[in-house]
Design a binder for this molecule. Structure first.
Ligand code: 0F4
Length: 788
């Protein structure tokens, strides 16, 4: 009965949300299972030509497989046909009638790994379309009319030798009037594949130096030689007659590979020159994570410079030893990024206390110069606790040659103060008490139908947003690892969802616009946003998906993203959300600032948001946050990029995760996977990675700043390390021009250094509501209704 009621409500909600549905972007006579990122047109002779694929670039830009088969009307692949598919990996064009292909047919499809051209009408297949498909693993060509002796096909023998096409590939021999294997054909002396060589494969020089590299080639007909440069190379590299490359004045942006290509009718050949321009060291990032675990704290840095700079770290004026074995300062994960020419490094403080508080300076040097950066006032918290004894020792530490140890550093040594079995028994009893206490607390909250409560001050893992990293309680909704949905999680029939296109030009990852069919009332199909889980088998992906679905089902408020349910009976797993026509709030604000130049669909300029509208947006977010706080839910990534805007300026809080390319610069990547939205984080979260209702309030202050700056990035123009320096040294963002002083007072109340001094979210909401009441929400200063 409960489920029936749910279905009825669901349709009813959708009916209320009904909007006119635009046409599906799938070409006629094709199938587009968009969740599988595939377009398939293989019903025999249903296409009169290749579809143009230019009606909806959003959709096609995500497609990974294109299958157009058994269409005898298709005779040519031109340079425009496939340009809509930059991510295309598999192209199947078998059983058509294609006999021509443009030289740049695949110029925009560098990800192609498989091309099937079997059973077509090719007599000649030029090498040019395939020349720069460096990822190509398989090309199939069976059942064409390839001419054997044609010099144009010599390159295909090379492909056979590289196992990229079949040894059995046949061609038509005009002399013997029969099919023979292309692999057995001997090409005459006028048809020899180019063989290119360069005067050096590796060049190392200093900035502003000059050098020349020669490229020569053999082959018949005489090959044409050209250097293939990247946009970075253009300004300083000059080429003479194609053969000689002159680096007039080297610059470190030129570092990397330069290619020389020789080509003739028979095919092409490419050789690589590695160019290394030496340059002075530069610190791009220097950042500390302290307090994550009491005895494990890390300094991260990103540096560049060739040769690899020597690295030194100072505490005040004392040089610290970096130990590979793990004494005081231990070398962490290091890796070199050749594309960025930079080096990510880290060192861990293995044992430390408040005596290590202070300034830390990173100094890097190579033969071309040096650079340094300082982190001020790092604070190491945490009492070492029972079982640890404070000893003053430097003698026990092992330092690599050439490095000296810290002078008089206190070192904590593990030393059990009670017999081990006793400690284990105590630990087990303590763990049982904690588990029982947590379970009772959990049940209590569940009885109020909210079981996602994280108490103030809990330390949370930013990568698994809703998983507490402190004592975990087995979620009673999981039985043997399988989620038993609470009543709130609705199951949706995927067959009633019709996919249309990627939302926000892919800015939300795998989130698509779709329509949902309501039984008995086809007129009331409604638009929905559908999130697709890419690979449920990967790591904890399924568990995280279930956990998020359950959480979303239980967070129900007018200003929290509306979640309709899941499709989980088979893959791909889907989550279905309300469609919010204006997309994310950050983008919305940017398009409606006084200097914005965005146009509507009808090419009309958008009007800037008024003071009242900005206030209305702020109030709704505060309202959603009051609700989250009432549920003890800590969001941890409050920012305008994580809010959605619907019709009539309705704003809802969501959490789209950190992997959106468009907002990648809002996160500071530290170490391997950890991303921190440092521009929105209070000092204590930066230092100790704690996330609390109070740290959400700090972030809300930054959200207000974003709103009244029409979507600007906080501390724009500063690097993440500079931002951290600002935040940790108590510097604050300035009052935005459009921000009334009363609102800036609230912002400052959110940015109190001590979490307990910050304004409670309820008071913030009440204060903003009072302002809003002073003027009707939808009228601007001149009394004009701005929301119609
Ligand atoms: F509390 C909370 F809501 F903030 C919260 C807490 C914990 C987890 C989540 N999870 C969450 O929001 N997940 C999520 C993931 C992916 C998609 C969505 N929802 C979503 C995304 C984009 C659009 C949408 N509706 C639209 O109309 C969307 C985009 C768009 C672009 C242009 C027009 N519309 C729903 C949620 C939340």
């Amino acid at each position: 009965m409960e489920r029936v009621l749910h279905s009825v409500c669901f349709c009813w909600i959708f009916s209320l949300l009904y909007m006119v549905t635009p046409l599906l972007a799938c070409p006629e006579n094709c199938e587009c299972p968009l969740t599988e990122l595939r377009i398939e047109c293989d019903d025999i002779n249903t296409l009169s030509s290749l579809p143009t694929f230019d009606d909806d670039p959003d959709v096609y830009s995500y497609i990974e497989q294109l299958i157009i088969e058994r269409q005898t009307a298709i005779t040519r692949i031109d340079n425009l046909t496939l340009r809509a598919f930059p991510r295309l990996q598999v192209l199947k064009l078998g059983g058509n009638n294609i006999s021509e292909i443009a030289h740049d047919a695949f110029a925009g499809n560098k990800e192609l790994t498989t091309i099937e051209l079997d059973q077509n009408g090719f007599q000649y297949l030029p090498w040019q379309p395939f020349a720069y498909l460096f990822k190509l693993k398989k090309l199939t060509l069976a059942g064409n009319n390839l001419k054997c002796g044609d010099c144009n096909h010599h390159w295909l023998q090379e492909l056979i030798h590289k196992n990229k096409t079949s040894k059995e590939l046949l061609c038509w021999d005009d002399k013997t009037k029969q099919q023979i294997k292309l692999n057995d054909v001997t090409f005459d002396k006028d048809c020899i594949l180019p063989n290119v060589s360069v005067s050096t494969n590796y060049v190392r020089l200093n900035e502003s130096q000059r050098t020349e590299i020669d490229c020569t080639a053999t082959g018949s007909p005489t090959p044409t030689i050209k250097w293939l440069l990247t946009p970075n190379n253009h300004s300083i590299v000059n080429i003479t007659n194609g053969k000689k490359l002159i680096v007039h004045s080297a610059y470190h942006d030129d570092n990397g590979e330069i290619l020389c290509e020789a080509s003739n009718e028979a095919g092409n050949d490419i050789k690589v020159v590695n160019l290394t321009v030496q340059f002075a060291p530069k610190i791009n990032d220097f950042y500390a994570i302290l307090g994550e675990e009491i005895f494990y704290k890390t300094l991260f840095f990103n540096i560049s410079g060739i040769p690899m700079p020597e690295i030194e770290i100072f505490h005040g004026t004392d040089k610290l030893a970096i130990d590979t074995e793990g004494s005081f300062l231990k070398r962490g994960e290091n890796n070199f990024s050749p594309t960025l020419n930079s080096f990510n490094g880290s060192v861990h403080f293995v044992r430390c206390s408040h005596a290590n508080n202070g300034n830390y300076t990173l100094v890097i040097k190579n033969t071309f110069g040096s650079d340094k950066a300082t982190l001020y006032n790092l604070i190491f918290v945490g009492d070492p606790g029972p079982g640890f004894e404070h000893v003053n020792s430097t003698a026990q530490q092992v330092f690599p040659t050439g490095l000296t140890g810290p002078t008089n550093y206190p070192v904590y040594e593990t030393k059990p103060s009670v017999p081990i079995p006793y400690v284990i028994v105590l630990a087990i009893i303590a763990a049982i008490i904690v588990l029982v206490a947590c379970f009772i607390k959990f049940r209590h909250k569940k009885s109020r139908r909210h079981h996602h409560a994280f108490e103030n001050g809990e330390v949370l893992d930013p990568l698994r947003p809703h998983a507490p990293t402190l004592p975990m309680v087995e979620n009673p909704n999981y039985l043997n690892g399988i989620l038993v949905f609470s009543l709130e999680t609705h199951h949706i029939d995927r067959n009633k969802i019709h996919f249309m296109k990627a939302l926000g030009e892919g800015a939300f990852g795998l989130v698509y616009l779709g329509t949902y069919k309501c039984i008995n009332d086809p007129l009331h199909d409604t638009r929905v946003a559908v999130k697709r889980l890419k690979d449920a088998a990967r790591g904890d992906a399924r568990k995280d998906f279930e956990r998020e679905a359950e959480l979303l089902a239980n967070l129900q408020h007018d200003n929290i993203v509306t979640f309709y349910g899941v499709c989980m009976e088979k893959e791909p797993f889907l989550m279905v959300f309300e469609y919010m026509e204006n997309g994310d709030l950050n983008n919305y604000l940017r398009c409606r600032g006084p200097d914005a130049d965005c146009l509507t669909k009808d090419e009309v300029s958008l009007l800037p948001l008024t003071y009242n509208e900005l206030l209305y947006i702020s109030k709704q977010i505060a309202s959603g946050m009051v609700y989250m706080a009432s549920q003890h839910f800590v969001h941890r990534d409050m920012a305008t990029r994580n809010c959605l805007v619907g019709e009539r300026l309705v704003v809802k809080i969501a959490d789209f995760g950190m992997s959106r390319d468009v907002y990648s610069t809002d996160y500071y990547r530290i170490g391997g996977q950890t991303m921190l939205p440092v521009r929105w984080m209070p000092p204590e979260s930066i230092n100790y990675r704690t996330n609390t209702i109070e740290s959400d309030v700090w972030s809300y202050g930054v959200v207000l700043w974003e709103i009244f700056e029409y979507g600007k990035q906080p501390w724009f123009g500063l690097s993440n390390v500079e931002v951290i320096e600002k935040i940790l040294s108590n510097q604050q963002l300035e009052c935005p021009k459009a921000c009334p002083k009363e609102i800036f007072e609230i912002i400052k109340g959110c940015w109190e250094r001590k979490p307990q001094d910050r304004l409670p979210i309820k008071e913030i909401f009440e204060r903003i509501s009072r302002f809003s009441e002073e003027m009707p929400p939808f009228l601007d200063m001149s009394g004009k209704n701005t929301l119609v």
